[in-house]
Design a protein around this ligand. Structure first.
Ligand code: HEM
Length: 408
């Protein structure tokens, strides 16, 4: 068995675009040779090792096994985690277990339900139209900075109730704390921590604004829960941090990886341009599978246990590789083929179990509306420079994707 390094951030920064930027060959070997593998890590910002779980069935079973594999010791392998109190962060649902998790999630969950999300379609379309117009005016653009960043930012800020004037600050803070392993995002750990504190303080101010002028948005609900003392100030801060971070840093990458895959597969782009509803819906799912914006999520064993015959001790960190599960050939025929008609497509890009992504309906709608508008308003979209990936083994970031949008 050769060496593996699937938790090494450098591996993702140096990803091969031909292979979708992912170490797919290592994942395939791990699934066959060592599906629960003790992976050592040598990055100073990360813990020294973790169990890497790579098969689809194991990833799903582990994500659902929330009594024995807990989130409360962190969901990343970083020493500093912004939503973990013991490492100096603020508590949020993603790093909570049991009743506390249920209570925190329930406060905002209705604000992200498919029924609510249906009402924002026109608003999302309007944001896309303006973004694409601005990109046309520039000619060649960076798809990440000029296109993919804006809809996720405005979508989450609308749903949270963040005023327009504050949105670029929110974007700057989330960019600075979300990828501490990449110096382009977080030049120093101090700057990353300062961004965490800035958004936490902003959460308190935003809750005050929403309390004075309550609306249907998530932060109005959070402000109300704070008043009734269901929520502490630290939880209010953690909620702001999580919603803003999760809303901004994932869908942007799904859109960017998706656009890259469409440009590399012109026959799939041509099919998308026919714009039938069925194809658009399955294209959204294939973009999610292909992009797998969360590479892996960490759990911690609460007791001695076995995963697929491998003994795990209480306290061991376990990394559930969503992006390997999404390329498991026992579930997805020809997994390395980007096929926007793939059906069924039971990908786990949003995770599964009690922590399944709260923003899944928002993210799906964002991707759908953006690709519909892009293909409707362009006659051609061309890649005009190399894609650059972020240095991280948690979030699968795209830093740059130079493109030219040719108006229809
Ligand atoms: C393509 C975009 C997205 C992807 C791939 C994604 C992925 C995920 C995944 C895998 C989890 C599960 C974490 C775990 O198991 O511990 C998660 C949780 C979460 N996501 Fe997303 N997400 C996306 C977009 C969003 C958006 C737009 C929001 C905004 C509301 C959001 C909010 C959340 C929250 C609040 C949680 C924590 C849920 C909990 O712990 O109960 N996500 N996301």
């Amino acid at each position: 068995m050769g060496t593996f390094d699937v938790l090494n951030p450098d591996l993702y920064a140096a990803g091969d675009p031909v292979n979708n930027g992912l170490p797919l060959e290592q994942f395939e070997r791990l699934r066959h040779e060592a599906p629960v593998y003790r992976q050592s890590i040598s990055d100073p910002l990360l813990v020294d090792w973790a169990w890497a779980v790579t098969r689809y069935d194991d990833v799903v079973a582990c994500a659902r096994d929330h009594h024995r594999l807990i989130s409360g010791r962190g969901v990343t392998l970083r020493h500093f985690e912004p939503t973990l109190e013991e490492s100096g962060g603020k508590p949020s649902m993603i790093t909570m277990d049991g009743d506390r998790h249920v209570r925190n999630r329930r406060i905002v969950s209705r604000g992200f339900s498919p029924n609510v999300i249906r009402t924002v379609r026109e608003r999302f379309r309007d944001i896309c139209t303006r973004t694409i117009d601005a990109a046309f005016a520039k000619g060649s653009v960076d798809f990440v900075e000029d296109v993919a960043v804006w809809l996720p930012l405005h979508a989450i800020c609308d749903l949270m109730g963040v005023p327009d004037a504050d949105r670029e600050d929110v974007l700057r803070w989330t960019n600075t704390f979300s990828v501490p392993t990449d110096p382009d995002f977080a030049p120093t750990m101090e700057e990353s921590m300062a961004a965490v504190m800035a958004i936490c303080d902003y959460g308190v101010r935003l809750a005050e604004m929403r309390r004075a002028d309550p609306r249907e948005d998530a932060m109005s609900k959070v402000a109300a829960a704070f008043e009734t003392e269901h929520l502490s100030e630290a939880e209010l801060m953690g909620m702001t941090l999580l919603l803003a971070g999760a809303g901004n840093e994932t869908t942007r990458n799904a859109l960017s990886h998706g656009m890259h895959a469409l440009m590399r597969n012109p026959e799939q782009m041509a099919l998308l341009r026919e714009q039938t509803d069925d194809v658009i819906d399955s294209a959204v799912e294939e973009i999610l599978r292909w992009s797998s914006p969360l590479i892996q999520i960490r759990r911690t064993a609460a007791e001695d246990m076995e995963i697929s015959g491998t003994r795990i001790s209480a306290g061991d960190p376990v990394a559930l590789f969503f992006c390997s599960a999404n390329f498991d050939e026992s579930v997805f025929p020809e997994p390395q083929r980007f096929d926007i008609t793939r059906d069924p497509n039971p990908h786990v890009a949003f995770g599964t179990g009690p922590h399944v992504c709260l923003g899944a309906a928002v993210a799906r709608l964002e991707i759908e509306v953006m690709i519909r508008e892009l293909v409707a308003r362009t006659s051609r979209i061309e890649q005009v420079g190399s894609i650059e990936y972020a240095r991280d083994s948690f979030l699968r970031g795209v830093k740059r994707l130079p493109v030219r949008l040719v108006p229809a």
